[in-house]
Design a protein around this ligand. Sequence first.
Ligand SMILES: [Ca+2]
Ligand SMILES: [Ca+2]
Ligand SMILES: [Ca+2]
Length: 462
Amino acid sequence: MPVADSATSSPDAPEPVHGESSLDQPLTLNGVAASIDDLRALEAQARRVVESARRYLPDLPFLGDNKPPAAEKPAAPRDPQTERPAKAPVADAPQAPVIKATASDLARLFANNFDRLDSDGDGFVSEAEIDRAMASSKFKGVDALLVDVLKRHRRELQSLSNDEWGPETNGVSRADMKEFEALCRSGSKVELVQDVDKTLQRAQQSLDRATCREAFSNPANPLESIKPEAIIQGRIQDSSFLAALASLAKNNPQAVAGMIKDNGVNGSGDRTYTVTFPGDPDHPLTVTAPTDAELGRYASATKYGAWPAILEKAFGAYSGDTTVHQDALEESIRSRKAMRALNTGGVDIDFISFTNDDELDQKMWQAMLDKVPVTARISHEFGSLFGLADDRTDDAGLPCGQEYSVLAYDSKTKTVTLRNPRGYGEPVNKDGTVRDGKNDGVFTMTLDEFQKNFTEVAYGQV
Ligand SMILES: [Ca+2]
Ligand SMILES: [Ca+2]
Ligand SMILES: [Ca+2]
Protein backbone atom coordinates (compact mmCIF):
# COMPACT_ATOMS: atom_id res chain seq x y z
CA MET A 1 0.00 0.00 0.00
CA PRO A 2 1.49 3.35 -0.97
CA VAL A 3 0.75 5.10 2.34
CA ALA A 4 2.06 2.46 4.76
CA ASP A 5 4.68 4.89 6.07
CA SER A 6 2.06 7.16 7.59
CA ALA A 7 1.34 4.55 10.28
CA THR A 8 4.80 5.00 11.69
CA SER A 9 4.98 8.79 11.46
CA SER A 10 5.30 10.86 14.61
CA PRO A 11 2.30 10.63 16.93
CA ASP A 12 1.96 14.38 17.17
CA ALA A 13 1.81 14.85 13.43
CA PRO A 14 -1.57 16.22 12.32
CA GLU A 15 -4.22 13.72 11.39
CA PRO A 16 -3.74 12.63 7.78
CA VAL A 17 -7.06 13.81 6.48
CA HIS A 18 -6.27 16.18 3.68
CA GLY A 19 -8.24 16.06 0.51
CA GLU A 20 -10.38 17.64 -2.11
CA SER A 21 -14.10 17.71 -1.92
CA SER A 22 -14.25 14.84 -4.38
CA LEU A 23 -13.06 11.67 -2.68
CA ASP A 24 -12.21 10.08 -5.97
CA GLN A 25 -9.32 12.42 -6.71
CA PRO A 26 -5.86 11.30 -5.64
CA LEU A 27 -4.38 12.75 -2.44
CA THR A 28 -0.77 13.35 -1.65
CA LEU A 29 0.52 12.32 1.72
CA ASN A 30 4.20 12.73 2.61
CA GLY A 31 4.81 13.13 -1.09
CA VAL A 32 3.18 9.80 -1.92
CA ALA A 33 -0.03 9.52 -3.91
CA ALA A 34 -2.83 7.98 -1.85
CA SER A 35 -6.59 7.89 -2.02
CA ILE A 36 -8.75 8.60 1.00
CA ASP A 37 -9.91 4.99 0.75
CA ASP A 38 -6.27 3.93 1.19
CA LEU A 39 -6.14 6.00 4.37
CA ARG A 40 -9.34 4.50 5.60
CA ALA A 41 -8.17 0.99 4.81
CA LEU A 42 -4.98 1.76 6.72
CA GLU A 43 -6.96 3.12 9.65
CA ALA A 44 -9.20 0.04 9.67
CA GLN A 45 -6.16 -2.21 9.47
CA ALA A 46 -4.51 -0.44 12.41
CA ARG A 47 -7.67 -0.82 14.44
CA ARG A 48 -7.80 -4.54 13.71
CA VAL A 49 -4.20 -4.92 14.83
CA VAL A 50 -4.98 -3.14 18.09
CA GLU A 51 -8.15 -5.22 18.57
CA SER A 52 -6.21 -8.44 18.19
CA ALA A 53 -3.39 -7.17 20.40
CA ARG A 54 -5.94 -6.31 23.07
CA ARG A 55 -7.21 -9.87 22.99
CA TYR A 56 -3.82 -11.18 24.05
CA LEU A 57 -2.71 -8.22 26.17
CA PRO A 58 -5.97 -7.11 27.76
CA ASP A 59 -4.29 -5.14 30.55
CA LEU A 60 -2.12 -2.88 28.43
CA PRO A 61 -3.25 0.64 29.38
CA PHE A 62 -2.19 2.34 26.15
CA LEU A 63 -4.71 0.40 24.09
CA GLY A 64 -7.33 2.96 24.91
CA ASP A 65 -9.35 3.20 21.73
CA ASN A 66 -12.99 2.31 21.30
CA LYS A 67 -14.04 1.81 24.90
CA PRO A 68 -17.82 2.34 24.90
CA PRO A 69 -18.06 3.38 28.60
CA ALA A 70 -15.80 6.40 27.99
CA ALA A 71 -18.22 7.75 25.40
CA GLU A 72 -21.01 7.87 27.99
CA LYS A 73 -19.47 10.80 29.79
CA PRO A 74 -19.37 14.34 28.52
CA ALA A 75 -15.90 15.42 27.48
CA ALA A 76 -13.36 16.41 30.08
CA PRO A 77 -12.50 19.93 28.97
CA ARG A 78 -8.96 21.22 29.17
CA ASP A 79 -7.91 23.69 31.78
CA PRO A 80 -6.47 26.58 29.71
CA GLN A 81 -3.73 27.18 32.33
CA THR A 82 -2.41 23.65 32.61
CA GLU A 83 -3.64 22.16 29.31
CA ARG A 84 -4.76 19.17 31.37
CA PRO A 85 -8.31 17.82 31.39
CA ALA A 86 -10.37 19.58 34.05
CA LYS A 87 -12.28 17.60 36.68
CA ALA A 88 -14.43 14.95 35.01
CA PRO A 89 -18.09 15.92 34.89
CA VAL A 90 -20.79 13.43 35.85
CA ALA A 91 -23.92 15.53 36.12
CA ASP A 92 -25.69 14.59 32.90
CA ALA A 93 -24.70 10.93 32.62
CA PRO A 94 -27.53 8.60 31.54
CA GLN A 95 -29.70 7.31 34.37
CA ALA A 96 -28.65 3.98 35.87
CA PRO A 97 -31.27 1.30 35.19
CA VAL A 98 -32.98 -0.88 37.78
CA ILE A 99 -30.75 -3.95 37.92
CA LYS A 100 -32.53 -7.18 37.16
CA ALA A 101 -29.45 -9.37 36.69
CA THR A 102 -25.88 -8.94 37.88
CA ALA A 103 -22.67 -10.88 37.24
CA SER A 104 -23.47 -13.06 40.25
CA ASP A 105 -26.61 -14.31 38.43
CA LEU A 106 -24.67 -15.28 35.31
CA ALA A 107 -23.74 -18.85 36.32
CA ARG A 108 -27.35 -19.64 37.23
CA LEU A 109 -28.68 -18.16 33.96
CA PHE A 110 -26.02 -20.09 32.04
CA ALA A 111 -26.97 -23.38 33.74
CA ASN A 112 -30.68 -22.79 33.01
CA ASN A 113 -30.00 -22.13 29.32
CA PHE A 114 -27.05 -24.43 28.66
CA ASP A 115 -28.87 -27.21 26.82
CA ARG A 116 -30.65 -24.96 24.36
CA LEU A 117 -27.53 -22.82 23.84
CA ASP A 118 -25.25 -25.83 23.20
CA SER A 119 -27.28 -27.03 20.24
CA ASP A 120 -24.67 -29.50 18.97
CA GLY A 121 -24.23 -30.96 22.46
CA ASP A 122 -20.41 -30.83 22.52
CA GLY A 123 -20.25 -29.20 25.95
CA PHE A 124 -19.18 -25.78 24.68
CA VAL A 125 -21.30 -22.77 23.78
CA SER A 126 -19.52 -21.66 20.62
CA GLU A 127 -19.47 -18.33 18.79
CA ALA A 128 -21.86 -19.72 16.15
CA GLU A 129 -24.24 -21.00 18.85
CA ILE A 130 -24.21 -17.62 20.58
CA ASP A 131 -25.00 -15.89 17.28
CA ARG A 132 -27.92 -18.22 16.62
CA ALA A 133 -29.23 -17.44 20.11
CA MET A 134 -28.84 -13.68 19.48
CA ALA A 135 -30.96 -13.95 16.35
CA SER A 136 -33.57 -16.18 18.01
CA SER A 137 -36.76 -14.72 19.45
CA LYS A 138 -36.84 -17.61 21.95
CA PHE A 139 -34.33 -15.98 24.32
CA LYS A 140 -36.23 -13.28 26.19
CA GLY A 141 -35.68 -10.93 29.12
CA VAL A 142 -32.85 -12.03 31.46
CA ASP A 143 -32.04 -14.98 29.16
CA ALA A 144 -31.43 -12.45 26.37
CA LEU A 145 -29.17 -10.47 28.73
CA LEU A 146 -27.13 -13.67 29.23
CA VAL A 147 -26.82 -14.02 25.44
CA ASP A 148 -25.61 -10.40 25.20
CA VAL A 149 -22.93 -11.11 27.81
CA LEU A 150 -21.81 -14.28 25.99
CA LYS A 151 -21.65 -12.36 22.71
CA ARG A 152 -19.49 -9.61 24.19
CA HIS A 153 -17.31 -11.56 26.63
CA ARG A 154 -17.04 -15.04 25.07
CA ARG A 155 -13.28 -14.88 24.62
CA GLU A 156 -12.55 -13.94 28.22
CA LEU A 157 -15.10 -16.39 29.63
CA GLN A 158 -13.97 -19.39 27.58
CA SER A 159 -10.40 -18.90 28.79
CA LEU A 160 -11.25 -19.04 32.50
CA SER A 161 -10.96 -22.82 32.77
CA ASN A 162 -8.19 -24.62 30.88
CA ASP A 163 -10.45 -27.45 29.76
CA GLU A 164 -9.44 -27.69 26.10
CA TRP A 165 -6.39 -29.10 24.36
CA GLY A 166 -4.28 -26.17 23.15
CA PRO A 167 -5.77 -22.66 23.20
CA GLU A 168 -9.29 -22.14 24.55
CA THR A 169 -11.31 -21.57 21.39
CA ASN A 170 -14.35 -23.88 21.39
CA GLY A 171 -16.59 -21.69 23.47
CA VAL A 172 -17.84 -21.31 27.03
CA SER A 173 -18.13 -24.53 29.04
CA ARG A 174 -19.74 -25.31 32.39
CA ALA A 175 -16.22 -25.46 33.86
CA ASP A 176 -15.46 -21.94 32.52
CA MET A 177 -18.64 -20.62 34.13
CA LYS A 178 -17.76 -22.32 37.41
CA GLU A 179 -14.52 -20.30 37.40
CA PHE A 180 -16.50 -17.14 36.69
CA GLU A 181 -18.77 -17.90 39.66
CA ALA A 182 -15.65 -18.27 41.82
CA LEU A 183 -14.43 -14.86 40.60
CA CYS A 184 -17.75 -13.30 41.61
CA ARG A 185 -17.60 -14.95 45.05
CA SER A 186 -14.02 -13.83 45.65
CA GLY A 187 -15.39 -10.33 46.25
CA SER A 188 -12.28 -8.68 44.81
CA LYS A 189 -12.86 -6.12 42.08
CA VAL A 190 -12.07 -8.36 39.15
CA GLU A 191 -12.19 -6.42 35.89
CA LEU A 192 -14.11 -9.12 34.00
CA VAL A 193 -16.83 -9.22 36.67
CA GLN A 194 -17.15 -5.43 36.48
CA ASP A 195 -17.25 -5.52 32.68
CA VAL A 196 -19.97 -8.17 32.72
CA ASP A 197 -21.97 -6.00 35.11
CA LYS A 198 -21.59 -3.04 32.74
CA THR A 199 -22.76 -5.12 29.78
CA LEU A 200 -25.77 -6.34 31.76
CA GLN A 201 -26.64 -2.80 32.81
CA ARG A 202 -26.45 -1.39 29.32
CA ALA A 203 -28.46 -4.22 27.80
CA GLN A 204 -31.03 -3.93 30.59
CA GLN A 205 -31.25 -0.19 30.03
CA SER A 206 -31.96 -0.80 26.33
CA LEU A 207 -34.67 -3.37 27.08
CA ASP A 208 -36.27 -1.06 29.65
CA ARG A 209 -36.39 1.62 26.97
CA ALA A 210 -37.98 -0.72 24.42
CA THR A 211 -41.53 -0.17 25.62
CA CYS A 212 -43.05 -0.31 22.12
CA ARG A 213 -41.99 -3.30 20.00
CA GLU A 214 -44.21 -2.52 17.02
CA ALA A 215 -42.52 -0.71 14.12
CA PHE A 216 -44.44 2.47 14.97
CA SER A 217 -46.18 3.32 18.22
CA ASN A 218 -49.19 4.52 16.27
CA PRO A 219 -49.48 2.27 13.19
CA ALA A 220 -52.32 4.43 11.85
CA ASN A 221 -49.97 7.42 11.73
CA PRO A 222 -46.32 6.31 11.53
CA LEU A 223 -45.15 9.91 11.03
CA GLU A 224 -45.97 10.59 14.70
CA SER A 225 -43.26 8.08 15.70
CA ILE A 226 -40.56 9.10 13.24
CA LYS A 227 -38.38 11.46 15.24
CA PRO A 228 -34.60 11.64 15.61
CA GLU A 229 -34.84 10.92 19.36
CA ALA A 230 -36.26 7.46 18.55
CA ILE A 231 -32.75 6.52 17.38
CA ILE A 232 -30.23 5.39 19.99
CA GLN A 233 -27.02 3.75 18.85
CA GLY A 234 -26.03 0.46 20.49
CA ARG A 235 -22.62 -1.11 21.04
CA ILE A 236 -21.40 -1.26 17.45
CA GLN A 237 -19.80 1.51 15.40
CA ASP A 238 -22.57 2.09 12.89
CA SER A 239 -23.14 5.78 13.52
CA SER A 240 -22.86 6.56 9.81
CA PHE A 241 -26.11 4.67 9.19
CA LEU A 242 -27.96 5.80 12.31
CA ALA A 243 -26.89 9.46 11.95
CA ALA A 244 -28.13 9.50 8.35
CA LEU A 245 -31.37 7.83 9.41
CA ALA A 246 -31.97 10.40 12.18
CA SER A 247 -31.36 13.28 9.77
CA LEU A 248 -33.78 11.72 7.29
CA ALA A 249 -36.32 11.20 10.12
CA LYS A 250 -36.19 14.95 10.78
CA ASN A 251 -36.05 16.20 7.20
CA ASN A 252 -38.31 13.67 5.47
CA PRO A 253 -40.16 11.31 7.86
CA GLN A 254 -42.39 10.15 5.01
CA ALA A 255 -39.35 8.58 3.32
CA VAL A 256 -38.64 6.58 6.50
CA ALA A 257 -42.24 5.38 6.81
CA GLY A 258 -42.18 4.29 3.17
CA MET A 259 -39.25 1.91 3.67
CA ILE A 260 -40.96 -0.52 6.06
CA LYS A 261 -43.73 -2.99 5.23
CA ASP A 262 -45.12 -5.08 8.10
CA ASN A 263 -45.84 -8.64 6.87
CA GLY A 264 -47.49 -9.83 10.08
CA VAL A 265 -46.52 -12.99 11.95
CA ASN A 266 -45.06 -15.91 9.99
CA GLY A 267 -45.48 -19.68 10.53
CA SER A 268 -42.69 -19.74 13.13
CA GLY A 269 -44.42 -17.10 15.21
CA ASP A 270 -42.05 -14.28 14.24
CA ARG A 271 -43.19 -10.95 12.84
CA THR A 272 -41.37 -10.06 9.64
CA TYR A 273 -40.79 -6.77 7.87
CA THR A 274 -39.82 -6.08 4.29
CA VAL A 275 -37.52 -3.09 3.97
CA THR A 276 -36.83 -1.29 0.70
CA PHE A 277 -34.05 1.29 0.75
CA PRO A 278 -34.73 4.24 -1.57
CA GLY A 279 -31.24 3.99 -3.06
CA ASP A 280 -31.77 0.38 -4.20
CA PRO A 281 -35.48 -0.19 -4.83
CA ASP A 282 -34.84 -3.44 -6.74
CA HIS A 283 -33.45 -5.24 -3.70
CA PRO A 284 -35.97 -5.31 -0.86
CA LEU A 285 -35.00 -7.39 2.19
CA THR A 286 -37.17 -9.28 4.63
CA VAL A 287 -36.06 -9.53 8.26
CA THR A 288 -37.65 -10.81 11.45
CA ALA A 289 -38.44 -8.36 14.24
CA PRO A 290 -35.34 -7.55 16.31
CA THR A 291 -35.00 -10.00 19.21
CA ASP A 292 -34.55 -9.05 22.88
CA ALA A 293 -30.82 -9.85 22.67
CA GLU A 294 -30.52 -7.70 19.53
CA LEU A 295 -32.38 -4.80 21.13
CA GLY A 296 -30.03 -5.10 24.11
CA ARG A 297 -26.89 -4.83 22.00
CA TYR A 298 -27.71 -2.88 18.83
CA ALA A 299 -30.00 0.11 18.14
CA SER A 300 -32.76 0.40 20.72
CA ALA A 301 -36.49 0.35 20.46
CA THR A 302 -38.22 3.15 22.39
CA LYS A 303 -41.72 4.36 23.20
CA TYR A 304 -41.84 5.51 19.54
CA GLY A 305 -41.46 1.95 18.29
CA ALA A 306 -38.79 -0.36 16.89
CA TRP A 307 -38.43 1.19 13.42
CA PRO A 308 -34.76 2.25 13.91
CA ALA A 309 -33.83 -1.27 15.06
CA ILE A 310 -35.75 -2.85 12.17
CA LEU A 311 -34.01 -0.59 9.64
CA GLU A 312 -30.58 -1.21 11.22
CA LYS A 313 -31.15 -4.98 11.05
CA ALA A 314 -32.27 -4.71 7.41
CA PHE A 315 -29.26 -2.55 6.54
CA GLY A 316 -27.06 -5.23 8.13
CA ALA A 317 -28.74 -7.88 5.96
CA TYR A 318 -28.23 -5.57 2.97
CA SER A 319 -24.54 -5.06 3.80
CA GLY A 320 -23.31 -8.58 4.48
CA ASP A 321 -24.07 -12.21 5.19
CA THR A 322 -23.84 -12.74 8.94
CA THR A 323 -26.00 -14.85 11.28
CA VAL A 324 -26.67 -11.73 13.32
CA HIS A 325 -27.41 -9.26 10.53
CA GLN A 326 -26.26 -6.20 12.48
CA ASP A 327 -22.76 -7.68 12.78
CA ALA A 328 -22.21 -6.84 9.11
CA LEU A 329 -22.17 -3.18 10.21
CA GLU A 330 -19.42 -3.71 12.81
CA GLU A 331 -16.66 -2.97 10.30
CA SER A 332 -17.25 0.73 10.57
CA ILE A 333 -19.29 1.37 7.46
CA ARG A 334 -18.87 4.79 5.96
CA SER A 335 -21.20 7.63 5.14
CA ARG A 336 -21.07 6.81 1.51
CA LYS A 337 -22.66 3.37 1.78
CA ALA A 338 -25.34 4.33 4.29
CA MET A 339 -26.21 7.53 2.44
CA ARG A 340 -26.38 5.72 -0.89
CA ALA A 341 -28.92 3.30 0.58
CA LEU A 342 -31.02 6.08 2.12
CA ASN A 343 -31.06 8.47 -0.87
CA THR A 344 -32.43 8.14 -4.37
CA GLY A 345 -29.56 10.13 -5.88
CA GLY A 346 -26.48 9.02 -3.93
CA VAL A 347 -24.29 11.25 -1.81
CA ASP A 348 -21.94 14.24 -2.09
CA ILE A 349 -19.12 14.26 0.49
CA ASP A 350 -16.99 17.33 1.25
CA PHE A 351 -13.94 17.73 3.46
CA ILE A 352 -14.75 20.70 5.63
CA SER A 353 -11.23 22.12 5.70
CA PHE A 354 -11.37 22.32 1.91
CA THR A 355 -14.83 23.89 1.73
CA ASN A 356 -15.32 27.63 2.02
CA ASP A 357 -18.06 29.27 4.11
CA ASP A 358 -20.24 30.17 1.15
CA GLU A 359 -20.20 26.69 -0.30
CA LEU A 360 -21.01 25.14 3.08
CA ASP A 361 -23.83 27.64 3.64
CA GLN A 362 -25.23 27.07 0.15
CA LYS A 363 -25.11 23.26 0.30
CA MET A 364 -26.64 23.09 3.80
CA TRP A 365 -29.44 25.39 2.72
CA GLN A 366 -30.07 23.39 -0.46
CA ALA A 367 -30.10 20.06 1.41
CA MET A 368 -32.74 21.30 3.85
CA LEU A 369 -34.79 22.51 0.89
CA ASP A 370 -34.42 19.09 -0.80
CA LYS A 371 -35.37 17.32 2.48
CA VAL A 372 -32.35 15.00 2.22
CA PRO A 373 -30.31 13.65 5.12
CA VAL A 374 -27.05 15.42 5.97
CA THR A 375 -24.40 13.93 8.24
CA ALA A 376 -21.14 15.31 9.62
CA ARG A 377 -18.23 13.19 10.71
CA ILE A 378 -15.38 13.81 13.13
CA SER A 379 -12.33 11.68 12.39
CA HIS A 380 -10.48 10.00 15.21
CA GLU A 381 -7.80 12.19 16.72
CA PHE A 382 -4.40 11.13 15.54
CA GLY A 383 -2.73 9.14 18.33
CA SER A 384 -6.01 8.22 20.04
CA LEU A 385 -5.54 4.63 18.92
CA PHE A 386 -2.52 4.40 21.19
CA GLY A 387 -3.97 6.39 24.07
CA LEU A 388 -1.96 9.51 23.15
CA ALA A 389 -5.00 11.72 22.61
CA ASP A 390 -8.38 11.95 24.34
CA ASP A 391 -10.27 11.56 21.05
CA ARG A 392 -12.42 14.62 21.66
CA THR A 393 -12.32 17.81 19.63
CA ASP A 394 -10.19 20.57 21.15
CA ASP A 395 -12.80 23.23 20.48
CA ALA A 396 -16.04 21.79 21.91
CA GLY A 397 -14.97 18.48 23.46
CA LEU A 398 -17.07 16.48 21.01
CA PRO A 399 -16.45 12.71 20.80
CA CYS A 400 -14.39 11.85 17.71
CA GLY A 401 -14.71 8.80 15.45
CA GLN A 402 -18.42 9.44 15.30
CA GLU A 403 -20.94 10.53 12.71
CA TYR A 404 -23.54 13.16 13.68
CA SER A 405 -26.90 14.05 12.11
CA VAL A 406 -27.54 17.53 10.79
CA LEU A 407 -31.12 18.13 11.94
CA ALA A 408 -31.53 21.72 10.83
CA TYR A 409 -29.72 24.64 9.26
CA ASP A 410 -30.67 28.29 9.66
CA SER A 411 -29.07 30.26 6.84
CA LYS A 412 -30.04 33.63 8.39
CA THR A 413 -28.12 33.07 11.63
CA LYS A 414 -25.75 30.55 10.02
CA THR A 415 -26.34 28.00 12.76
CA VAL A 416 -26.39 24.22 12.48
CA THR A 417 -28.42 21.91 14.75
CA LEU A 418 -26.75 18.53 15.18
CA ARG A 419 -27.40 15.28 17.03
CA ASN A 420 -25.15 12.51 18.27
CA PRO A 421 -26.95 9.21 17.46
CA ARG A 422 -25.97 7.86 20.88
CA GLY A 423 -28.51 10.26 22.36
CA TYR A 424 -25.82 11.95 24.49
CA GLY A 425 -22.34 13.44 24.02
CA GLU A 426 -22.31 17.10 22.98
CA PRO A 427 -20.34 20.37 23.45
CA VAL A 428 -19.22 21.09 27.00
CA ASN A 429 -18.13 24.15 28.99
CA LYS A 430 -14.78 24.50 30.70
CA ASP A 431 -16.24 23.08 33.92
CA GLY A 432 -17.46 20.01 32.04
CA THR A 433 -21.16 20.86 32.07
CA VAL A 434 -23.09 20.52 28.84
CA ARG A 435 -23.26 23.90 27.09
CA ASP A 436 -26.99 23.88 26.37
CA GLY A 437 -27.85 22.36 29.76
CA LYS A 438 -29.35 19.13 28.40
CA ASN A 439 -27.18 16.15 27.47
CA ASP A 440 -29.57 14.66 24.93
CA GLY A 441 -27.05 14.63 22.06
CA VAL A 442 -28.83 17.57 20.35
CA PHE A 443 -26.94 20.86 20.10
CA THR A 444 -26.61 23.99 18.01
CA MET A 445 -23.40 25.50 16.64
CA THR A 446 -22.44 28.43 14.45
CA LEU A 447 -21.12 27.51 11.04
CA ASP A 448 -17.71 28.72 12.22
CA GLU A 449 -17.70 26.33 15.22
CA PHE A 450 -18.97 23.56 12.97
CA GLN A 451 -15.95 24.04 10.71
CA LYS A 452 -13.61 23.92 13.70
CA ASN A 453 -15.01 20.65 15.06
CA PHE A 454 -16.02 18.54 12.08
CA THR A 455 -13.96 16.78 9.43
CA GLU A 456 -16.36 15.99 6.63
CA VAL A 457 -19.96 16.52 5.69
CA ALA A 458 -22.15 14.27 3.55
CA TYR A 459 -25.23 15.55 1.72
CA GLY A 460 -27.88 13.20 0.40
CA GLN A 461 -28.82 13.76 -3.23
CA VAL A 462 -32.21 13.64 -4.89
CA1 LIG B 1 -21.60 -26.45 21.25
CA1 LIG C 1 -12.34 -23.13 28.61
CA1 LIG D 1 -28.49 19.21 24.22
